[in-house]
Ligand binder design. Structure first.
Ligand code: MN
Length: 132
């Protein structure tokens, strides 16, 4: 079973994310900020982390940089989830250390591709992500 950690401060977005993940039979851990996220990350070792960029306290991009600095490649898949979609934002966000980028509202095809990837049912196909 895929274990996913969702870090999201907006209850509605959290609910939407839960709905998507439940459709994949995913075990879901929820955090509203990076402090809770850190605790759940250590305790449950999720396969994938969906990290909102705009969070109270430490923002998602800062946290991703911190995780990369501390753990390098020994991390679950780090996915940025954000409504920021200005030109150059995806590149800037990915440069923070994320593996992937999902924009809100979440595109279902991107999401399902990602879940197949985590489930090991598909080879990494970077081309599918070029459009982000
Ligand atoms: Mn937020």
């Amino acid at each position: 079973m895929i274990k996913a950690l969702v870090v999201e401060d907006c209850p509605l977005n959290m609910e939407l994310m839960e709905g998507l993940l439940e459709a994949y039979g995913t075990m879901i851990f929820k955090a509203e900020n990076v402090v809770e996220a850190g605790r759940l990350l250590e305790k449950h070792k999720p396969d994938i982390v969906f990290l909102d960029i705009q969070l109270p306290g430490t923002d998602g991009a800062t946290y991703a940089r911190k995780l990369r600095r501390e753990k390098g490649t020994g991390l679950p898949l780090l996915v940025a989830v954000t409504a920021q979609a200005m030109k150059g934002d995806p590149e800037r966000i990915l440069a923070s250390g994320f593996d992937y980028y999902l924009s809100k509202p979440i595109d279902f095809q991107h999401f399902s591709h990602l879940m197949r990837l985590v489930g090991g049912k598909e080879q990494v196909n970077d081309e599918a992500w070029e459009e982000v």
